[in-house]
Design a protein around this ligand. Structure first.
Ligand code: EPZ
Length: 420
């Protein structure tokens, strides 16, 4: 295992290139299961989660190769043979539930291990399964596996009981080969990653209305073609570096960042005293003096994303005044709080609300990463803390951030990756 050692107190300045979005790459990698034609993804981030899903796809028989370096991936679902994703593979890669819809659509059957919970919550997939059943699938859950069968999926008019990102993606992919009529999905997620998936389904041959809204109509077709897709930039990575700029009092240019995809985040940051300006194909972020505490609640898109909650909380530990951060999406996404408090923060948890009183300074400490975004929050705190912070178990970080220590070093951080 490895750790990051951070010497705090260095102001970050300069330019950072935002990598392709993890949460666009993962669903997009499942689209080739729907067609025999080759599909090309460019701007693919070099992440553990991408590698994990690729190994599952290869296990199913998807052929793949990287073209001209590690960021252009060509996938072909022509020679699919297996229709099973075993527990050993799925447990490491929750988003592999995204192969359910395409396999069901393509072959009329799938056997996928239930992904199980993770550190941030139980994370059930009941909505995924209900959506498939509404299209005529027979779903059986036994011994920790989902067995799905459907002679012929049929059009549906389905309403999600809650907004689910991968649930929306799974349902749309399942409906993509239904040529007998139009399906309607209501209360959908419409994150930029969902929109790009819809765009690719349209390129492949589906007729889709309502992209970017909570009600999507999709008319599938019996034959889907391949596609070429340049993945959108990772808005969560971009938001993380924007907050790194704020917590160190620096000025960073986020190359590739789409400010609109983070509108609510930049609105909140400007109220904290972090200015941002969209220009030259990215976003300038500059701390205009000390930070002011500002309360925030996580919401489904286009609200403040839950995936930036831990990073925002780190920022607020040093802001002047008091604020509250409410987590409404996941039931256990405050595991960074205890570690931040060990660094001198003043945070009290009351159910789904964290009350934060700004302190003058954080002090470096050995801390433990528990999940992907909590570890990012601890890194941010370490960048500002007095002294040295060691963030352990950074395999969590490697799931979602490309070479974070290299990108931060390039901005002036004193950070090293070392054996734990
Ligand atoms: C996606 O996860 C993202 N992952 C998550 O990012 C992100 O935090 C989450 O959406 C919310 O924005 C990918 O896109 C690969 P949900 P997903 O289904 O789809 C409940 C990261 O850090 N729910 O939108 O799994 C669920 O428990 C990761 O990059 C059900 O109850 O999340 C949660 O409370 C972490 N039943 C809420 O809905 C279901 O069938 C939202 O979950 C599905 C979801």
């Amino acid at each position: 295992m490895e750790k990051l050692t951070i010497e705090g107190g260095h102001v970050l300045k300069g330019e950072v290139s935002i990598s392709g979005a993890k949460n666009a790459a993962l669903p997009m990698m499942c689209l080739p299961l729907l067609t025999e034609e080759p599909c090309t993804l460019s701007n693919v981030p070099n992440l553990q989660d991408v590698k994990g899903l690729l190994s599952i796809l290869n296990h199913l028989g998807v052929e793949s190769f990287f073209e001209q370096g590690p960021s252009t991936l060509v996938l072909s679902g022509k020679k699919l043979q297996a229709k099973e994703a075993p527990y050993e593979m799925v447990r490491k890669m929750r988003a592999s539930i995204l192969i359910l819809g395409p396999l069901l659509a393509r072959f009329g059957e799938a056997k996928i291990s239930l992904p199980g919970g993770c550190a941030i919550g139980v994370r059930p997939v009941d909505q995924h399964l209900k959506a498939m059943e509404s299209m005529g699938a027979e779903i059986r859950v036994e011994n920790g596996y989902v067995f799905a069968k459907a002679k012929q999926l049929r059009p549906t008019d389905f309403t999600f009981s809650m907004v689910t990102v991968t649930g929306t993606m799974n349902a749309l992919m399942a409906a993509a080969l239904i040529s007998s009529g139009k399906s309607t999905f209501r209360n959908c997620a419409f994150e930029p990653e969902v929109v790009q998936l819809c765009q690719m389904l349209s390129v492949m041959g589906c007729q889709i209305e309502g992209m970017g809204t909570s009600t999507v109509h999709i008319q599938g077709t019996s034959h889907l073609s391949g596609f070429k897709c340049d993945l959108i930039p990772d808005r969560i990575e971009a938001g993380t570096y924007a907050m790194a700029s704020g917590i160190t009092g620096g000025e960073i240019f986020l190359r590739g960042c789409d400010k609109q995809a983070l509108a609510k985040v930049f609105d909140a940051l400007s109220l904290c005293g972090l200015e941002s300006l969209s220009k030259d194909g990215g976003v300038w972020v500059k701390a205009s003096g000390s930070l002011t505490a500002y309360s925030m609640t996580t919401e489904v898109y286009p609200g403040f994303p839950t995936d930036l909650q831990a990073q925002y909380m780190a920022l607020m530990t040093l802001a002047q005044g008091e604020c509250r951060v409410e987590e409404t999406i996941f039931e256990n996404r405050f595991m960074h709080v205890a570690e931040l408090n060990r660094m001198g923060a003043n945070i009290e948890i009351d159910g789904s609300v964290a009350h934060i009183k700004g302190v003058k300074q954080l002090t470096g400490a050995p801390v433990m990463a528990t999940d992907l975004r909590a570890s990012a929050g601890l890194v941010l705190a370490g960048l500002a803390a007095k002294g040295t912070t060691e963030v352990m178990r950074i395999y969590h970080l490697d799931r979602g951030y490309v070479s974070m220590e290299k990108k931060l070093s390039h901005l002036g951080a004193k950070i090293q990756r070392l054996p734990q």
